[in-house]
Design a protein around this ligand. Structure first.
Ligand code: KIV
Length: 257
């Protein structure tokens, strides 16, 4: 296990872990100073490629963006998502995880849970690959959004699933859109840090999609807090550019050769 990962685990019960996504060097360079972990997630499908779900993201697309993101990271733990259908069995999972790690020089990969693939995590960890789990609303396996953990049956299933993932050797686990009560129980029950997205304050850390908190994606469910409205700022800049070009204010002599 590398130093960044053991530091990440040790932060449980000390200081909340700050995590965000990035899809380019320019974004990772800005957020690296403030993050404990940066994820190249398959949410790039929505926020970069305008797709309606994450199902069509390929290994090559993830690798291309992760290589760019790596260039901007100095200190954060660097995790890359394994796209849908790239870890359907242990052999395929290991081959594709190694492809990602070798190409992107990331510290770990993240795998969404379908409720029974913890054996794949076990195989990867045994092979020396660090894995982050992901339970609750897992977009690769679910088509319609709904919060998880509302019934006693769901609560118990999520608690069991999180324990199996920890026992398989994952170093951390994302809890997506899980009720406050279930998140609290999972977080207390595990030794590894839980990272919440839409899963309340009762997690060891938080992750959000950077484009969502900056107001670029236009995606604003209640679990996302918009910290600035970058769309408005971009529009303002582009309006000024249009006006300068139309009025022949730009380019000036200093912009010319
Ligand atoms: O793809 C993604 O961005 C994610 C996180 C939001 C956890 O999986």
């Amino acid at each position: 296990m590398n130093i960044k990962i053991s530091k990440f685990i040790k932060q449980k019960n000390k200081k909340p872990l700050v995590c965000l996504t990035a899809y380019s060097k320019y974004m990772s360079k800005i957020i690296d100073k403030y993050c404990d972990m940066i994820l190249v997630g398959d949410s790039m499908a929505n926020v970069i490629y305008g797709m309606k779900n994450t199902h069509k993201i390929t290994l090559d697309m993830i690798i291309m963006h992760a290589k760019s993101v790596k260039k901007g990271i100095e200190k954060s733990l660097f995790v890359v998502d394994m796209p849908k259908n790239t870890y359907q069995n242990s052999v395929e999972a290991k081959k594709n995880a190694l492809k990602i790690i070798r190409a992107c020089k990331c510290d770990a990969v993240k795998i969404e849970s379908n409720g029974k693939n913890y054996k794949i995590i076990k195989h990867l960890v045994k092979s020396g690959i660090s894995v982050m789990g992901h339970i609750g609303y897992t977009p690769q396996f679910k088509n319609t959004f709904k919060p998880e953990g509302l019934s006693k049956k769901q609560n118990d299933k999520l608690i069991k699933e999180s324990k199996e993932i920890e026992e398989a050797g994952a170093f951390s686990i994302v809890l997506e859109c899980i009720t406050s009560k279930t998140s609290e129980e999972i977080t207390k029950n595990l030794k590894i840090p839980t990272i919440g997205i839409g899963s309340s304050i009762n997690c060891d850390g938080q992750i959000l999609v950077t484009e969502d908190i900056l107001g670029i994606s236009g995606f604003s469910p209640k679990f996302v807090k918009k910290y600035i409205n970058l769309n408005k700022l971009i529009e303002k800049g582009v309006q000024k550019y249009k006006s300068d070009v139309n009025k022949k204010i730009f380019p000036k002599k200093i912009n010319s050769y």
